[in-house]
Every structure is written in C-alpha cells, then in structure tokens.
Design a protein around this ligand. Structure first.
Ligand SMILES: Nc1nc2c(c(=O)[nH]1)N[C@@H](CN(C=O)c1ccc(C(=O)N[C@@H](CCC(=O)O)C(=O)O)cc1)CN2
Length: 287
C-alpha cells in the first residue's frame, strides 16, 4: 500500500482564498479589515521565517499586519506594555507572541496578558479551558489545522483509536482535546511513555509533534492508519525532515502528511481563520 498524501499546502491555499473572499465581502459592506499583531522578541532564525510568512499571508488575505519585531534584550515589562496597548486598540483583532521567546521572558505571563478575545493562538488558559469543556471559541492553530486536514479525508473520527505523540501546550494537549471532542479514543504519549512503538502500532490515527527527526519509525505504523506529522526539523544539510520516517511510513499508512507542505502551512491559514472570526463573527465576553 502507498498512502495518499494529505496536501497541507493545497488545503491551506484553498482556506486562505476563502478567507480573502470573505474579507472582500465584509470590507465592501463597510466592515474593517482584520488586524493581526505578531510580536516577535529576538532573532531566532526559524521564527523569523514563520513571522515573515505570516506577514505575507496577512497581506494576501487583505488583513492589516501590525506586527512588531523587538530586540532580544526587550524586557518582560516592555512586552507586557505593548500587549496592553494592542489589547486597547480596536483596529487590532488578533495578538500573538511568536514562540519561543528569549530565556529572560516568561511566556506564561505574556500569554495571560493577551485579551482572551484577541488570543488568536488559543493559548490563553481561558481558551484552553473553553476547548477542554467542549465550548471552544479560539482553538490553537496547529491542532485545529490538523482537524481541517482530517476532515478532507472524509474519514469519521468517532471511535477511532488515536495516538498523539508529544504533550506540548502548542500541539499535543490541544490535539488531544480536539480529537476527544470528535469522540476519538485518544492516548497521549510523552517522554516518560513506555513501549511507544507498541502504542503507535495500535493506532488508527497517529499525530506526532515532538521535534525529533524521524523519531517515529515507519514500520511502527498500523496498515491503513492515518499519519499526521507536525514536526519540522531543519537538518545540517538544509533539508526539512518531519518527526516520522516518511518513506517507510507511507508504505503502511492510508493517508500521510509530507514535511514540508503538510501541517506547517495549515498553522498559518488557521491563524488567519481565527483572526477573521474575531473581526467578524465573535461576540466575546471574556475579561
Ligand atoms: N505563537 C506561536 N508560536 C509558534 C507556533 C504557533 O502556532 N504560535 N507554531 C510554531 C511555528 N509556526 C508558527 O508560528 C509555524 C511553523 C511552520 C510553518 C510552515 O509553514 N512550515 C513550512 C516550512 C517552512 C520552512 O521553510 O521552514 C512547511 O511545513 O511546509 C508555519 C508556521 C512554533 N511557534
């Protein structure tokens, strides 16, 4: 068997085009353009690529991009003051802080300072709590993008045995909640998990986000399983490699995401989707 490719680049493009069409409709009806502020502190090279791509995506979707790149020595208080300013600015609908931040910055305090109503990353404890109690408003972009991709397969998630490898706040934990809300049976594996290969081999759906190149071996994959690789690892020779051994896994899986061109582009498209939701469709009451 050779798996069908879940083409995140194509699905993201389709989503971004539909967002652009909606923005054009709303602006023609007198509504403002969605405004997105991406705050980046420091000069992490990978983050710089993602922030630049977010900026380009904003422009193409007809959003106002009000991003700020701050020097690495920016203090916690300065970042908090910028967030306060953006929270109060009615033309700004979404605010995110690009992760990782430099070591002297406390990301939890920063994330909690963003108004839950503008938290288009879905990382604020209010939004995580809403997702966990099956009342989602703003879901984290990568796991929600994965759900959009899974919907494209037409496969029912209800009752599937899903294994999520990695328990981060950005990917693993919200992915667990998203899949649970669709009535999959979900196991979350992490660095203390025993017999990982055995657990992966039981899964109808495997989502991997650990940041270790090809950690999940292709021959662990159950025949016919769906494989979603969230990992993006840049190798010394410049190649991008996922967390799954793609060439072998694709011979076992029914569907598989490539790296690059899989989940990554969906993260940015979903960020635009969340921001547009705040701009036009959300009546947020959170304080
Ligand atoms: N505040 C946030 N920080 C981070 C998030 C996040 O969702 N919010 N996720 C990641 C980085 N990320 C978005 O910020 C991201 C990663 C990868 C891609 C992407 O399109 N990747 C391409 C390859 C790009 C390349 O050449 O390197 C692909 O997979 O095809 C988009 C966004 C951590 N930080």
């Amino acid at each position: 068997m050779s798996a069908k490719i879940l083409d995140g680049k194509a699905i993201a493009l389709e989503l971004r085009e539909s967002i652009r069409a909606e923005v054009d409709r709303q602006v023609a009806a007198g509504k403002p353009r969605p405004g997105l502020a991406v705050i980046m502190v420091g000069d992490d090279p990978a983050s710089a690529v993602y922030v630049r791509n977010k900026k380009i995506a904003c422009e193409k979707a007809g959003f106002n991009d009000v991003s700020e790149v701050l020097p690495a020595q920016t203090t916690q208080q300065e970042v908090l003051a910028l967030i306060d300013k953006l929270n109060a600015d009615e033309s700004v609908h979404g605010i995110i802080v690009q992760l990782p931040v430099p070591a002297h910055i406390d990301p939890e305090e920063i994330i909690e300072r963003i108004s839950p109503c503008k938290d288009v990353d879905g990382f604020h404890p209010y939004n995580v709590g809403r997702l966990a109690t099956r009342m989602p408003i703003m879901a984290p972009c990568t796991p929600h993008g994965v759900m959009t991709m899974l919907a494209k397969t037409g496969i029912q998630l209800r009752g599937l045995d899903a294994v999520v490898v990695g328990a981060s706040n950005i990917v693993g934990v919200p992915q667990l909640l998203e899949l649970l809300n669709e009535r999959a049976t979900v196991t979350v594996c992490h660095s203390a998990t025993k017999n990982l290969a055995h657990k992966v081999a039981q899964a109808d759906l495997v989502v991997v986000g650990v940041g270790i190149p090809e950690m999940v071996k292709g021959d662990w994959i159950k025949p016919g399983a769906i494989v979603i690789d969230v990992g993006i690892n840049r190798m010394d020779d410049g190649r991008l490699v996922g967390d799954v051994e793609f060439e072998v896994a694709k011979e076992h899986a029914s569907w598989i995401t490539p790296v690059p061109g899989g989940v990554g582009p969906m993260t940015i498209a979903t960020l635009l989707e969340n921001t547009m939701k705040v701009a036009y469709h959300l009546d947020c009451k959170a304080k």
